[in-house]
Design a binder for this molecule. Sequence first.
Ligand SMILES: [Zn+2]
Length: 122
Amino acid sequence: MEPTNVEACASCFGKGTQFRDMGPEPCPDCYGLGELPSASVLRERRLRELEQRYADRTEQSRDLRWLVSEVRRSNHALLQILAASLDGDPDDAVVKKIGFLANDVLGLYRPRAIEDQPSGSA
Ligand SMILES: [Zn+2]
């Protein structure tokens, strides 16, 4: 598996700037980088936005903070599962399937296309 390549920001077309009435400004979606961060960074950024938005002490906010902590806990478990699958036998179909499923949620590695698979495994 190869790491997920950075994706050009669709909001600024990879330029990193957006033109407003007062002139060019850094793109708010990519922070002026022109590339989107990885899926894990985007997920954590969104979780933090939700935590800040619901920082009060209402019952809904407590429920949301519990849900955010469960998402983080699940992501951590999936990361451990993915790491274990990468340490396993690369020819074991179950190990490959477990690694694929964990990575599908985490989005850390780009899945290989069928034509990239070694012959006999497709
Ligand atoms: Zn951008």
